[in-house]
Design a protein around this ligand. Structure first.
Ligand code: AP5
Length: 233
């Protein structure tokens, strides 16, 4: 992969395969988009890819829809097929931030194998550390711009002008079908049962980093930016 440039510092760094680990509401999507802008990395969100498949009515989307609405995990087979397809696109050569992937031991092993085929490995797996209870409020208050996807929150991140997206000026907003308090609880359970054990996997590989993600969005972004600069230097 080609050299990365920190757009805030102007410093040259090497390309990276970064993983953001964390329960629903931890800020993976929010922070991935900020890192994308700052470092020119590409955000790969399996949640977004699956929602696109659901909206397109594809076979994978039809199979995923009910599982996602119940807060469970979509099968490794479907997720890996969608991710491998996206990883084959030329833009990922700029370096990637994996947001919401891997989520199971099988997905982590498949990612390690996929990267090994290309002579690469995970640069860093960054665990966003949060309190579960606060995550229910974060998820239940979330909404996004229907035009550009910019994320907002009823209490924590309002548009500067009420009803108008800061980024694109759009005036239509939407909420996810799985952003109810009940589904958020099911998603938290799935995270602790199937995804949190990956923290030990990445610790054993020597690539685990942790961030206190209970601070403000900007404070977390600053800590993450320092890690990305360090691990990709
Ligand atoms: P996915 O879309 O990945 O959802 P998730 O992991 O549950 O994560 P969220 O998008 O809810 O949270 P986030 O951490 O991105 O938080 P955000 O930045 O938006 O997956 C959805 C479903 O798809 C899964 O349940 C599963 O069914 C399926 N799926 C996806 N990937 C899969 C896989 N690999 N395998 C199997 N199934 C898969 O922030 C949340 C809100 O909080 C926002 O409003 C934001 O503004 C606010 N906020 C963020 N940070 C802060 C902060 N520091 N302080 C205050 N507010 C904050």
């Amino acid at each position: 992969m080609e050299a990365l440039v920190d757009r805030q510092q102007g410093a040259a760094t090497i390309p990276a395969v970064l993983i953001l680990l964390g329960p629903p509401g931890a800020g993976k999507g929010t922070q991935a988009r900020m890192l994308e802008e700052r470092f020119g990395l590409i955000q790969l969100s399996t949640g977004d890819l699956l929602r696109a498949a659901v909206a397109a009515g594809s076979e994978a989307g039809l199979a995923a829809k009910a599982v996602m609405e119940a807060g469970g995990l979509v099968s490794d087979e479907i997720v890996l097929a969608i991710l491998k397809d996206r990883m084959a696109a030329p833009d990922v050569k700029a370096g990637v931030i994996l947001d919401g992937f891997p989520r199971t031991a099988g997905q982590a092993a498949a990612l390690d194998a996929l990267l090994a085929e290309a002579g690469q490995r995970v640069t860093a797996a960054i665990s966003l550390e949060v309190d579960d209870l606060a995550m229910i409020a974060r998820v239940a208050g979330r909404y996004t711009c229907a035009d550009c996807g910019e994320g907002y929150h009823d209490a924590f991140k309002l548009p500067e002008t009420s009803g108008t997206c800061d980024k694109c000026g759009g005036t239509a907003f939407k909420r996810r079908a799985d952003d109810t308090a009940d589904t958020a609880r099911a998603r938290l359970e799935a995270y602790h049962a199937q995804t949190a054990p990956l923290i030990a996997h990445y610790r054993a590989l020597g690539v685990l980093e942790t961030v206190d993600a209970m601070g403000s969005i900007d404070a977390v972004a600053s800590d993450l930016g320092s890690i990305v600069s360090r691990v990709s230097a």
